[in-house]
Design a binder for this molecule. Structure first.
Ligand code: SF4
Length: 640
């Protein structure tokens, strides 16, 4: 049987498991990337493992998210990241150099390599044939320490591209079409592997836009072949030596096949508030537009912004339509400047922002109240723009630039000829000197921590018997937002577990933190679907810091359950859900922790002598991790 690209890369990096869809496989990781919003904790976790120099071929620490300083906390994080990278042997990319995914594509990603990043859009590097996946901060820290990355073996979906893009249709419209067909849940457990005669007609920036937004399908990752187009791109980046051909065998097998005729595509747009709410641009004709934002890791390449400048040249946006442009990297910015393309952008009324994530995470450039914002980004969730009732639409850079001139949605049939497809110039300027490469020997480097950077504490092992009170009783459907609210004030404390722990359950029960401090340890009693929502690790780290030993619930959300295991908190399931009513705030409990076996049942004993049977769905490995006091301890003890 011939092999597809995904199978070829996984086979080459397999350290454990069988390549059967759904079974766990452990992969050797060649490269990692972190960004400042999630990376500061990832690096604190890496320090806590105590491994010294990174054991990957390459690890890069980018600063691109929190770049608009509003106090000392963010710059303190950046200085910590610079110094810990130097000490540990990682490359550092300072604030303003660009967005991690655009920079990684231009400077470091390699065909055939495995890459994990503490950011969900890491699959951007799949545009040049990397197997690139978004992961939690602890997984990235462990990969930097040389540990494998574990995933369920994905199904591989072949996306057969036929024809060629014509007119105003762009790579963005390919992925919007896929989102329209499959929805944001359509890619779970799958890799989307692009193939067919249409691939050759797509540029690397188009391919990277498509793999970037594969994350919105919920996919494990997306990947393009590494072909002649890839070789030329890498050659222009001064990295031809990083190229290797990577194509599927002619008789490769796939779990599913989807066909997209590129020729039939026309400009599409995702409507509020989900990337899969896709319609044709012309269907919205007449709707007023208050803001257009061009940039983000999805569409901020040289070709996107050169086309934008060509579309806007000699024209002006209407005064009631704001236009924001944030280039993806200083390399893009330099090429625009050199070719005189900044001036037409400025003359058209654009605000030129720095090379960073910026408005994509509401960091400057929020739309007006209830404002319609057309963005070239990848996500349009409610409130993400920084304006709670903002109406965000997602489109290609070319569509967004054209709509900025009209100040309203219009029919592409009225737009006139599309701008020419852009290829990179012969002499692409290098920005390699802007990266801070680590010294050969980092032992004399001092890691600098401001008051907001607090090293991870050592967590103790699980005791054989836990004597603790129920110090919080909550209802069904508790989200990670209930456990730890979001918001700039709290987010700035992500590198400071003691400080951020003060906010645990603060909007549910103001007395919880005080009770935990008084007793030093405790148990949380919850209902169904406890811990649903985001993957934030702090929703487990904070309770662990406060001394939570176990959560006893009717059912648990999957990712939060994994985080509880990683940080050494016992996730126990009530064998009889009605026992929830037999325990109250303050109930004394004895938990025979040493008697717990994978999937087994044990009896808790309450203060008045009643027994409450609890079970679990832990594997042997997970139970060992909890007994060791969490994954960091287990790795240090060689148990994981
Ligand atoms: Fe995330 Fe937006 Fe930054 Fe991309 S540009 S890494 S989606 S915040």
């Amino acid at each position: 049987m011939g092999k597809n690209i995904t199978r070829k890369i996984i086979e080459k990096h397999l350290v454990s498991g069988e390549m059967v869809p759904g079974r766990e496989v452990g992969l050797r990781i060649d490269q990692t990337l972190t960004q400042d919003a999630t990376g500061t904790m990832a690096w604190l976790q890496y320090e806590a493992i105590g491994i010294g120099r990174v054991r990957t071929d390459l690890s890069v620490s980018y600063v691109d998210h929190n770049t608009l300083q509003m106090g000392f906390r963010n710059p303190d994080d950046h200085r910590f990241l610079r110094t810990v990278a130097a000490k540990s042997g990682a490359v550092f990319s300072p604030a303003g150099t660009g967005i991690c995914h655009q920079l990684h594509l231009e400077n470091f990603a390699k065909p055939g390599a495995t890459l994990i990043g503490s950011d969900s859009h890491t699959p951007t590097a799949g545009g040049i044939g990397s197997m690139a996946m978004g992961a939690g901060g602890l997984s990235v820290a462990l990969a930097m320490a040389g540990e494998p990355y574990f995933i369920p073996m994905p199904q591989v979906v072949k996306v057969e591209l036929t024809g060629e893009l014509t007119g105003w249709a762009q790579g963005k419209d390919v992925i919007l079409e896929l989102l329209r067909r499959l929805t944001v849940k359509g890619g779970v457990g799958k890799v989307f592997e692009y193939a067919g005669p249409g691939v050759a007609s797509l540029s690397v920036p188009d391919r990277a836009t498509i793999t970037n937004m594969g994350a919105e399908l919920g996919a494990t990752t997306s990947i393009f072949p590494s072909d002649e187009t890839t070789r030329l791109f890498l050659a222009k980046m001064g990295r031809e030596g990083d190229w290797m051909e990577l194509i599927a065998d002619a008789d490769a097998e796939y779990d599913d096949v989807i066909t997209i005729d590129l020729t039939a595509l026309e400009p599409l747009v995702a409507q509020p508030h989900m990337p899969d709410q896709v319609c044709k641009v012309k269907e919205l004709a007449g709707k007023k537009i208050d803001q257009v934002a061009i940039g983000s890791c999805t569409n901020s390449s040289y070709s996107d912004l050169k086309n934008t400048a060509q579309i806007l040249s000699g024209k002006m946006t209407p005064p009631e339509t704001d236009l924001l442009i944030s280039p993806g990297s200083k390399q893009v910015m330099k090429m625009l400047a050199r070719e005189g393309l900044i001036e037409p952008l400025l003359d058209a009324g654009a605000r030129l922002l720095e090379c960073s994530c910026g408005p994509c995470i509401g960091m400057g450039g929020s739309p007006i109240s209830a404002g319609v914002s057309v963005r070239t980004f990848n996500r349009n969730f409610e409130g993400r723009s920084g304006t709670q009732d903002g109406q965000v639409y997602l489109a290609s850079a070319q569509t967004a630039a054209r709509l900025a001139l009209d100040g309203e949605f219009t029919d592409p049939a009225t737009w006139g000829p599309a701008p020419e497809r852009v290829s990179l110039p012969e002499d692409v300027p290098s920005i390699r000197d802007l990266f801070v490469f680590p010294p050969e020997d980092g032992s004399s480097v001092e890691v600098l921590r401001g008051p907001n950077i607090v090293a991870l504490e050592d967590f103790d092992k699980l005791p054989g018997t836990i004597e603790a009170k129920v110090l919080l009783k909550v209802e069904d459907n508790i989200t990670t937002d209930h456990i730890l609210p979001a918001g700039a004030q709290i987010t700035a404390l992500r590198s400071n577990i003691p400080a951020i722990s003060e906010y645990i359950f603060s909007r549910v029960d103001e007395g919880f933190v005080g009770r935990m401090k008084e007793h030093g340890k405790g148990v949380i009693l919850g209902g169904e679907n406890y811990g649903q929502g985001s993957s934030r690790e702090h929703a487990a780290l904070g309770p662990r810091h406060l001394g939570v030993k176990a959560v006893i619930v009717k059912s648990l959300a999957r990712i939060h359950r994994a985080n509880l295991v990683n940080f050494g908190i016992l996730p126990l399931l009530l064998a009889n859900p009605e026992d929830y009513d037999r325990m109250e705030l303050g109930t004394d409990l004895t938990i025979p922790a040493s008697e717990i076996t994978p999937g087994g049942t044990v009896n808790l004993v309450t203060g008045d002598g009643a027994t409450v049977p609890v079970t679990n769905d832990l594997t042997k490995k997970e139970l060992e991790i909890i007994q060791a006091g969490g994954l960091l301890n287990a790795v240090r003890e060689g148990k994981s």
